[in-house]
Design a protein around this ligand. Structure first.
Ligand code: NOJ
Length: 541
């Protein structure tokens, strides 16, 4: 596989996810905002990433922290206003970065004027903009569908004397994409943000917009759930409520067509489907669909070299011709990478993410090795954790304030302000300022990796990717090759020393980066020492 040498941002670049509530609070209300992001853009640019993606900043009652949108074409005053947003776009572009916005097509807030009108009667102009159904004969919800956030997916509404569907919270009613007026209005939302200079959209649970038209009952679960909610939700086989193939090609084709009205834009799908084969159709017929259907398939793989290899192979094998891969190892919905794999493995995981073939998405704070922050019960905010208690499903621990420096509130908010989620206790040691000055810090390791990734087409472009066989079972290694440049990545998933015989790959090797930032230069590929939890990036000759 070879590609062109032109740098295509959504293929060759790295996307940095900012959770706006937690990045930087410029006005001292304890919640991050757009001005705060502007103030910290130099830091983002200094990392060497290529695009920022902002989780939702639209007007919202914040029942699901912005994923309940009350107006798709404005900014919540908590975050700023459209003028500040326009400045953010300009400042982002001035630093050579792209900006990706969240787009929440499956559901709005119940406070969106569309829903307020829709629920007001059975015959108003927006009566059919949401999924309304009569009770079953004899009473009860129309089918057995479940909400991802616990309980049934139907809410009874007294005024209409009907149920409406909510795949998430009752305050997040599902829009009816079969209604052409809804589709038109939602495609216009895309144009609104593209006209403002936004470079791409991350489309929230895009697979949930695809439901069987007759809304049949889901059968009981047969095997591993494709979404792994870890709760009652997994008791069903989700074949009719999500990812119904009927309209898939049309849906992604229509979304793509709007993006293609503008140059150099990208559509990223939140395709939380943990079976690689299910992702392929989202690239669209003849590639006329989403540019990057998010690949979450590694997220639930245990930290085991063999299991990772198998999952990566399965994913690459499932890609349709011409499709560009991508990898996600962290987000506002997942426990922190350093917590999931253990702090000792955080750098190895970073090297993996940044050296595989495909676009990486990087979650803010992971460059510091930030870990999950335990949240006392009385401070819990996330509706998922609150509605399905006791299973550790709350997402607050991975959403805590960015740790900028050792001052009170970690420099995220002024001293004395109560931040919306607590700041990590270890912030005096784990913060940007402390790590800036230490050449061997986590931050500087990630920066060095990002620099190499950007500099070397063998890393950021397509080429030949191959796993290396015959290694100790704790070691995952692969080569990346392009235009005669041959690189080797070796990752020790375990806690023991190993000596690798890689003589078959070349006669000379040079370490370009070791995750400890303490080794460089020529090594013997016939006897390559790799230390516990170490990651090595080498050039072969
Ligand atoms: C996926 C988002 O990433 C998550 O945070 C949100 O709660 C659900 N979609 C519902 O919008």
């Amino acid at each position: 596989m070879t590609g062109s040498n032109a740098f295509v941002w959504w293929q060759h670049g790295v996307i940095y996810q900012i959770y706006p509530r937690s990045f930087m609070d410029s006005n001292g209300d304890g919640v991050g905002d757009l001005q705060g992001i502007i103030d910290r853009l130099d830091y983002v640019a200094s990392l060497g990433v290529d695009a920022i993606w902002l989780s939702p900043v639209f007007p919202s009652p914040m029942k699901d922290f912005g994923y309940d949108v009350a107006d798709y074409t404005d900014i919540d005053p908590l975050f700023g206003d459209l003028a500040t947003f326009d400045r953010l776009v300009a400042e982002t572009h001035a630093r050579g970065l792209k900006i990706v916005m969240d787009y929440v097509p499956n559901h709005s807030s119940d406070q969106h004027p569309w829903f307020i009108e829709s629920r007001s009667s059975r015959d108003n102009p927006k009566a059919d903009w949401y999924i309304w159904r009569d009770a079953k004969p004899g009473g009860g919800p129309p089918n057995n569908w479940l909400s991802f956030f616990g309980g049934g997916a139907w809410q009874w509404d007294e005024t209409r004397g009907q149920y409406y569907l909510h795949s998430f919270l009752p305050e997040q009613p599902d829009l009816d994409w079969r209604n052409p007026d809804v589709e038109r209005a939602m495609l216009d939302v895309i144009r609104f943000w593209m006209d403002r200079g936004v470079d791409g959209l991350r489309m929230d649970v895009i697979f949930c917009t695809l439901k069987h038209p007759d809304l049949p009952d889901n059968p009981p679960a047969r095997g591993a759930s494709i979404m792994r909610s870890m709760a009652e939700f997994d008791s069903q086989e989700h074949i009719y409520d999500f990812n119904w193939p009927g309209d898939l090609a049309k849906r992604v084709g229509d979304l793509r067509a709007v993006l293609d009205e503008y140059p150099d834009r990208a559509g990223i799908g939140e395709t939380y489907l943990l079976d690689a084969k299910l992702l392929a159709p989202y690239y669209g017929e003849n590639g006329r669909g989403l540019h990057l259907p998010f690949n979450f398939t590694l997220l639930h793989v245990p930290w085991d070299a063999g299991a990772f290899r198998q999952a990566i192979e399965r994913y690459y094998a499932a890609l349709p011709p011409g499709a560009w891969p991508n990898f996600v190892l962290g987000s506002h919905d997942e426990h922190r990478l350093a917590t999931r794999y253990g702090p000792a493995n955080a750098r190895t995981a970073a090297m993996l993410l940044l050296t595989l073939w495909g676009t990486p998405t990087w979650y803010y704070g992971d460059e510091l090795g930030m870990q999950d922050v335990p949240i006392p019960q009385e401070k819990e905010q996330d509706p998922h954790g609150l509605r399905v208690p006791g299973l550790g499903l709350g997402r607050d621990p991975e959403r805590t304030p960015m740790q900028w420096d050792a001052s009170p509130n970690a420099g995220f908010a002024p001293a004395g302000v109560e931040t919306w989620l607590p700041v990590a206790e270890d912030y005096r040691a784990v913060n940007v300022a402390a790590q800036e000055g230490d050449p061997r810090s986590h931050l500087n390791t990630v920066r060095a990796l990002l620099r190499l990734r950007r500099a070397l087409p063998a890393l950021h472009d397509a080429g030949v990717f191959a796993f290396v066989d015959g290694l100790p079972e704790d070691v995952l290694a692969y080569t990346r090759e392009r235009d005669g440049d041959r690189l080797l990545v070796a990752l020790n998933f375990g806690g023991a020393d190993h000596t690798l015989d890689l003589a078959a790959l070349g006669t000379r090797a040079e370490i370009l980066l070791a995750t400890g930032m303490d080794r460089a230069g020529a090594v013997d590929p016939g006897a390559l020492a790799i230390r516990p939890h170490e990651g090595l990036l080498l050039r072969l000759a």
